[in-house]
Design a protein around this ligand. Sequence first.
Ligand code: CP
Length: 329
Amino acid sequence: MTSAASPDTGLIGRANFPHRHLLGIANLAPHEIRFLLDEAARWVALNRTESRKHDGRLAGLTQINAFFENSTRTLLSFEIAGKRLGADVVNMHAAQSSVKKGETLIDTAVTLNSMRADVIVIRHMSSGAVQLIADKVDCPVLNAGDGWHEHPTQGLLDALTIRRRKGGFEGLIVTICGDILHSRVARSNMLCLTALGCQVRVCAPPTLMPPAIERYRVTPFTDFDAALDGADVAMMLRIQNERMEGGFLPSSREYHMLYGLTPERLKRAKPDAIVMHPGPMNRGIEILSGVADDPARSAITEQVEMGVAVRMACLDVLTRGQRGIEGWA
Ligand code: CP
């Protein structure tokens, strides 16, 4: 695990990933996505060992996780990932920071930069905020979710989960159902899974479907039963009540009737179809517990596990230049 060469692709070092930051899947070529998945896959087995001790390759580096929006999975898995690699990890929660006193995003970025962070992980409620910070700092920046824009490590961990369960991507039918309009998870998954060869269907009420969605090379549906027909993967999205001002939905009950995943409805998908959800779940609204907790169908806990491996891979790859690894600038 110490070489910059990837045994999976045969390419050397930075040729695999010529990016300083990870801001979105939109910036990545298919071979770069596959490279990150291959790197992450190598961490999965090590994470399952009892000691979970790795080679400390990020020792001496300072990782700042600056979260301006709530998170459980992403924040904790970035923290665990950094610590497993030996980094000094510091978390900045906006609610307890000088952001609450009115400090601007750019002043916050300059402050983090002055502390000589070696890698910064940002979650922010505004689309484009992570790019703004990346433009102001001297170290790699990883997007942990910005507004409605992207959540690239979620897209990668979902792809890794699908590859482990299904053995590949080519021709797989993936149905993404829910609040497509407000979902950075949907956007990163549409970009990631179409790049890898999946047929992606997106399903939502008309009020929660972005205009011109076909530009993502996906097929839109408003009828969830039709969208599930013959699917290999049913990926359910959270109804984002915090972004729902303006009457997007008549009621949660009606939403569940039309778009909730139930054991009965899942029968429309392939018999071996898997169920995914990025979390946190609104049980009883977009998904029933009978599906979410069914070990034969649900990959939801595996998604969380893959999150640690993917974030380790991203932290490792993006800091290779700083660690003086040959071939990485
Ligand atoms: N999937 C996801 O981003 O979850 P958190 O909001 O808990 O990080």
